[in-house]
Design a protein around this ligand. Structure first.
Ligand code: ADP
Ligand code: MG
Length: 435
């Protein structure tokens, strides 16, 4: 079945560009094949939809050219982890077990340094250059997709480049846990301990995974101590700082704080653009500044999401044989990105306020001075000022040409009342929420 699938993939390769092939086809696995149907495993529903609407015919054609028969295609969402045997990533003296996951992609050279990650980057470099001698342990923490795994893999590469004799082990905490469970089950704990206690540099990614797992914490506690005592380097990563990880034993929390804790903060727009530009350059994707800024504005912080937008863009550009212009990007990504800077229209705010207080728009904008309209009017001015970039005189114009000093007075008033008056506070909050 594998040989057959490889033949099909080779045919597809001839029909598409290299990047489209790498992005969409290479990760696919054949699950089942019969006379009329091929069942193909895909990693998520987005890929399934995308393949279905864009590339299904290419697969059918390639299957036809391979078998001489027209078969239908069914996409099934499966986690690839279940299919691909998970390899424990150990890079050590034995060239046979050099890791294949850690390649140049995740190097220090390919890591863009910005204000949010410069501290973590510097700490990782220092540790990679002098393992066991600078900061021990090094504890990295930060949100999803901000580069923790990238930095850890860069440390592995650099350590080994500088000293190929080192035993460097990168694992996820999940893999560590699974390996431990299997070792208990098959009575191989002595081997497990031997492996994890004869390491020069141990990197455990996503250590928060061991929270609530007492036996794993116990085992890791001893691993930690035995490595630490003989000045071996430990590097841990997590989505939170040690003291914020729930269900983590106190003695581990305190050990994690012994060395250096380095956080990674979300990237600013310029860093996101620099990352995009770097990735685009290395993959020879022509990416203008305006497109890079649009992508950077569309993704809040997760760099993995940023990369996946770039991938989609590139795949579509090569599929439709289009240049990556701003319009093309907006069109292709319209379902995936929320273009920021979309400020609510002042008119919309006025409508919401009049609806909330059940008064007429003409009264809200008009000259009446009774209490029933004055407060809503002031609230509307306050929200418009807060949520749009209109100036005081412009806001005044929206309310029947009122003077800018009236607008300033209204906004000042609501700013102070907002803190004390729950009714005003909840009105403002609800209206803003509806925008
Ligand atoms: P985390 O482990 O923090 O969830 P990753 O290290 O997996 O995040 O990063 C997600 C993706 O973003 C990876 O492909 C990584 O190469 C990329 N990335 C993150 N930060 C940077 C950076 N500063 N420069 C270049 N690429 C980055
Ligand atoms: Mg990670």
């Amino acid at each position: 079945m594998e040989a057959f699938w490889n033949q099909v993939l080779n045919k597809i390769k001839e029909k598409t560009s290299a990047h489209v092939y790498e992005t969409w086809f290479k990760p696919l696995r054949l699950l089942e094949k019969n006379e009329t149907l091929l069942k193909i495993s895909v990693p998520n529903s987005f890929t399934a939809d995308w393949l279905h609407s864009n590339y299904k015919n290419i697969i059918i054609e390639a299957v036809f050219e391979t078998t001489g028969k027209k078969k239908d295609i069914l996409f099934e969402i499966t986690s690839f982890e279940e299919i691909k045997p998970k390899k424990t990533v150990v890079c050590d003296k034995d060239p046979e077990i050099k890791d294949d996951n850690i390649h140049d992609l995740y190097s220090f050279e390919n890591f863009v340094v910005g204000s949010g990650n410069q501290f973590a980057h510097a700490a990782c470099l220092a540790v990679a250059d002098n393992p066991g001698r600078t900061y021990n342990p090094l504890f990295l923490y930060g949100g999803v997709g901000l580069g923790k795994t990238h930095l850890m893999k860069a440390i592995v590469q650099r350590c080994l480049k500088k000293n190929p004799r080192l035993t460097v082990c990168y694992d996820t905490a999940e893999a560590f846990t699974n390996e431990m469970i299997n070792s208990i089950r098959y009575e191989k704990m002595p081997l497990f301990r031997k492996k994890y206690r004869n390491i020069d540099v141990l990197l455990l990614d996503d250590i928060q995974f061991i929270a609530g797992k007492e036996r794993t914490q116990e085992e890791f506690f001893h691993t930690f101590n035995s490595l630490f005592e003989i000045k071996k380097q430990l590097i841990l990563s997590s989505d939170k700082k040690p003291q914020d990880i729930d269900d983590l034993e106190e003695r581990l929390i305190s050990r994690f704080q012994w060395g250096l804790i380095a956080d990674i903060q979300p990237p600013d727009t310029e860093t996101k653009v620099a990352i995009l530009k770097k990735k685009a350059l290395s993959r020879k994707i022509p990416l203008s500044n305006e497109v890079a800024f649009l992508l950077a504005h569309s993704v809040k912080s997760n760099i993995r999401e940023l990369e996946s937008l770039l991938n989609r863009l590139e795949a579509c550009a090569s599929f439709y044989k289009c240049n990556i212009t701003l319009e093309f990007t907006q069109d292709v990504l319209k379902d995936f990105i929320q273009i920021e800077n979309k400020e609510p229209a002042a008119e919309e705010i006025q409508k919401l306020v009049s609806k909330y207080f059940n008064i007429k728009m003409s009264d809200l904008k008009g000259k009446k001075k009774n209490n029933a309209v004055v407060l809503p009017r002031q609230i509307a001015m306050y929200i418009i000022r807060k949520k749009t970039s209109l100036s005081f005189p412009e806001i005044g114009d929206l309310f029947g040409g009122r003077d800018h000093s009236t607008v300033i007075h209204s906004i000042k008033k609501i700013t102070s009342v907002y803190k004390e008056d729950n009714l005003v506070k909840s009105a403002v909050d609800i209206i803003i929420k509806k925008l």
